[in-house]
Design a protein around this ligand. Structure first.
Ligand code: HEM
Length: 88
């Protein structure tokens, strides 16, 4: 949901192109803040989806920046992934 709002949708269905404009930073329609996207997502989940789902502005920020870092990258960090490794 948040990805659809941030990045839009562009795909081909039965040979026809469908497009939903993005509301992220390079939006052609209207850029929305993380707070606005979180509020909107929560409203939609409340009304039409699963009311137990909650989206925070911080989660939108993380997704905007490419999503949460994979566990291995977080645990290992740049010091172990590049240059000298802890085992050498
Ligand atoms: C803030 C308002 C909007 C929300 C929250 C929203 C949300 C979504 C979501 C969750 C999807 C499904 C994404 C997926 O299946 O991967 C979607 C698909 C789509 N949206 Fe939106 N949307 C919004 C505004 C718009 C607007 C303004 C347009 C067109 C001008 C639009 C056009 C479309 C199209 C064409 C699709 C694809 C439908 C398909 O695959 O058949 N949406 N939207």
């Amino acid at each position: 949901m948040v990805s659809a709002i941030l990045f839009g949708v562009q795909r081909e269905v039965k040979g026809k192109e469908v497009l939903m404009p993005s509301f992220g930073p390079n939006s052609q329609v209207q850029a929305l803040s993380d707070q606005q996207i979180a509020s909107l997502s929560n409203y939609i989940f409340q009304q039409y989806g699963n009311p137990d789902l909650q989206v925070t502005p911080e989660q939108v920020t993380a997704l905007r920046q490419g999503g949460a870092q994979p566990l291995l990258a977080r645990v290992a960090g740049p010091a172990t992934l590049g240059g000298r490794c802890w085992w050498s």
